[in-house]
Design a protein around this ligand. Structure first.
Ligand code: NAG
Ligand code: NAG
Length: 329
């Protein structure tokens, strides 16, 4: 099964060996040195960790697309996925500057441009573009500070990992649901704002940090201590050995996203909220949208509605979503 949402797995690996058989790069991550005194923050622990390790400017300002791509490369992320993620950051920067943090003009989304290929870390704060509700470690924008790490929000996640040494797909999915339910219960904007793109970002993010920190990219098993270091201190573990080049790709991420989704005890509720209909299935949907649609939400919506229409002919794929919603908390 191939999921083309984040990326199509087209780039041939440059090396003949499978990445997991190559020696890990033990020297690529510079030591932690903390943010500069005038540093700006993003709501993303990994990007802040790049800053804190001096992999991008330690003040978080004027980060070129290439600089953040190089930093991702050092974690073993391949160039296509680097490009997708960095493009999103650059676009968030364009929105933030052009719209002065006003409403996002969803229907006039600019394309990928060559101009302005840089961003500030705090451009990613722009609510509901990259930054989203039901984060694992930040409060919702409507409820408080959506940029800084929130010990209160994070404690909900930690409760799920209580007494465990390692994370797993099941535990991460469970923690995601706890955050989803909390956000839904407390945030009056949730019903309007939590949609397909939010879900894809949320699941994609969990796949990303998990794969960066895990010994085995697709296992979902990360030392809970390392996870805490990343979220709480925004740093990589000491003596962190990053994966070799091209280990983390659109394919590895797109494989884990539906795994997390299936494992989520609240997926029935989430499917209804994101409006893709019970029967269609998240997996089926991921298979049918692509990179360009993703950063162009208007097109994404059209595509989803188009798909939904096509499926109304009675030939509805059931996907792997169980018929009965297991909508427990
Ligand atoms: C941040 O650091 C970069 C690179 O050293 C520099 O060009 C830029 O002026 C700094 N920005 C601020 C706001 O200090
Ligand atoms: C296990 C290991 O290699 N530990 C080393 C981690 O890095 C510090 C210096 O930053 C060394 O002192 C440790 O020996």
């Amino acid at each position: 099964m191939r999921f083309s949402l984040l990326i199509s797995p087209a780039l041939p690996l440059l090396s003949l060996a499978h990445p997991s058989q190559m020696p890990r790069d033990t020297s690529s991550i510079p030591p932690y040195r903390g943010p500069a005194h005038n540093a700006v923050d993003s709501p993303c622990p990994i990007v802040n960790a790049f800053r804190n390790h001096g992999m991008i400017h330690s003040n978080g300002s004027f980060i070129t697309k290439q600089a953040v791509m190089d930093a991702m490369g050092k974690l073993g992320i391949d160039s296509q996925l680097q490009n997708l993620l960095a493009s999103g950051a650059v676009m968030a920067g364009q929105y933030a500057r052009e719209n002065d943090k006003a409403t996002i003009p969803w229907d006039n989304t600019p394309g990928f441009t060559k101009e302005g290929e840089w961003f500030n870390l705090n451009d990613l704060d722009f609510h509901d573009f990259v930054e989203h509700d039901a984060s694992m470690s930040r409060e919702d924008a409507a409820l408080g500070n959506h940029v800084e790490f929130s010990p209160k929000v994070w404690s909900q996640v930690l409760d799920v990992f209580e007494g465990k040494e390692k994370t797993s797909i099941d535990l991460i999915a469970k923690a995601m649901n706890v955050r989803y339910q909390d956000s839904k219960a407390r945030n009056k904007d949730f019903k309007d704002e939590y949609r397909l793109k939010t879900a894809i970002l949320r699941y994609g993010e969990q796949a990303m940090w998990t794969q960066v920190l895990a010994k085995d990219v697709e296992s979902g098993e990360v030392s809970v201590a390392d996870m805490k270091l990343l979220f709480e201190k925004e740093r990589f573990p000491d003596n962190f050995t990053a994966h070799p080049p091209n280990s983390i790709t659109g394919t590895t991420v797109n494989t884990m996203v539906p795994e997390l989704f299936w494992a989520n005890p609240g997926k029935g509720d989430e499917i209804r909220q994101i409006g893709i209909g019970n029967a269609m299935g998240f997996k089926d949907l991921l298979h049918n949208v692509n990179l360009k649609d993703f950063w162009h939400p208007h097109q994404l919506k059209e595509k989803v509605l188009g798909l939904y229409d096509e499926k109304k002919d009675g030939n509805v794929p059931i996907g792997d979503i169980p018929a009965t919603d297991n909508d427990t908390r």
